[in-house]
Design a protein around this ligand. Structure first.
Ligand code: M6R
Length: 365
């Protein structure tokens, strides 16, 4: 049932504040602002490094997770798309743990990677939506993302719920490994607790601007997305979402890679979507934006209030989100990316929930 929404995808975008709060309350205790003990189903303290494998959007969630595990838990992460991971013959040891991220829990390549790790004696954790799935069944520890059924082929709420769970796991790992203090833990959990409310506010705030911008995007043949740090996987997620449902060619790049190739594509026909919260990467990303502007590129700047105040560069549009803590920025910045892709596809009249050539669950190689 789509309720009063035109598509499942739209419904699922707007469900995010609610389902994220379910995900968070499973892994944190808001009375004490601490991470719950259930994340210890993996012994992160005894783990020498973490291998993560997944496909598509789930892989991009894992890439954000890598930044968090390394930063907050000082736990090295090796991550790859499952179709490569399963055949790489990667050297593994039982001192490592492995995490598999999958909405459906049935993705063939992800399952094959899981079995490879299991054969090498690693402890297996699954970040899944469908708890009765094969990946969940074959894992030692299940971390449900609590998103509820996701019908739209383009993943939206599963992505942000995966992020919420990965943030919880990274903080829990940090706590177990003694790399975050009790005070940091309480402060970060407090920020995460505020996220559902901020998400609702942002969805209402940006909707009209996303709808009008989508008219512009629908005329383009190619779109480039740029970001640094955790905004780099988001840039790739933005590009994936747009290509899946609008069939516009899009690429996501690390902003620092611009000079190493993609800058050759910049002209007045190519919109560049820059994802840049006012974090420690902001100045670097803005200097990449400057290079785009100097070549007549049209910039759609997705930033926050502090970022909008700090940059004076001319843009085609600036999307201003509220200033939020770094730990929740990837989830909040997912919202304009999802809505831009959604409205562009609606405007172009494509089959948003069932885009051509795609299946919700890829159970063959
Ligand atoms: O069910 P899974 O999470 O394992 O699926 C992985 C990918 O097939 C999936 O995320 C795909 O990339 C989506 N269509 C993205 O919107």
């Amino acid at each position: 049932d789509k309720g009063n929404h035109r598509h499942f995808m739209e419904k699922e975008i707007y469900e995010q504040p609610e389902v994220i709060s379910h995900a968070l309350s499973r892994y944190m205790d808001f009375a004490s602002n601490t991470i719950s003990d259930n994340i210890n189903a993996i012994d992160f303290k005894a783990t020498s490094s973490l291998a993560i494998s997944a496909c598509g959007t789930a892989y991009l969630a894992g890439l954000v997770g890598k930044y968090w595990f390394e930063r907050y838990a000082r736990l090295p992460v090796e991550i790859d798309v499952a179709s490569e991971f399963r055949y790489r013959e990667m050297p593994l040891s039982p001192s490592q743990a492995a995490l598999f991220i999958s909405q459906s829990g049935e993705t063939a390549d992800t399952l094959a990677s899981l079995r490879y790790c299991k054969d090498h004696g690693l402890k297996i954790g699954a970040v899944v939506n469908v708890r009765e799935s094969t990946i969940a069944r074959e894992s030692d520890a299940i971390f449900p993302i609590m998103a509820g059924p996701e019908i739209g082929v383009a993943s939206t709420k599963a992505f942000t719920c995966q992020l919420a769970v990965l943030a919880s796991l990274a903080l829990g790992a940090g706590k177990a490994r003694g790399t975050i203090s009790a005070e940091q833990e309480r402060e970060l959990v407090r920020h995460l607790a505020e996220m559902p409310r901020i998400m609702s506010r942002v969805l209402n705030l940006i909707q009209p601007q996303m709808e009008s911008l989508s008219r512009e995007l629908s005329k383009c043949r190619d779109v480039l997305y740029l970001g640094r740090g955790t905004s780099f996987p988001l840039a790739m997620e933005g590009a994936l979402k747009l290509k899946e449902i609008s069939y516009i060619h899009a690429e996501g790049y690390a902003a620092g890679e611009l000079k190493h190739g993609p800058i050759a594509l910049i002209d007045e026909n190519m919109p560049v979507i820059v994802i840049a919260p006012f974090d420690r990467f902001f100045d670097k990303t803005v200097s990449n934006m400057q290079e785009v502007a100097a070549r007549g590129g049209r910039i759609i700047f997705i930033t926050d209030e502090a970022g909008a105040a700090a940059s004076k560069l001319p843009t085609m549009a600036t999307i201003v989100l509220p200033d939020v803590n770094e730990i929740i920025a990837p989830m909040i910045f997912s919202l304009p990316i999802q809505l831009l892709a959604y409205h562009t596809a609606v405007f172009m009249g494509t089959d948003v929930d069932q885009p051509r050539n795609l299946a919700k669950s890829v159970t063959v190689e």
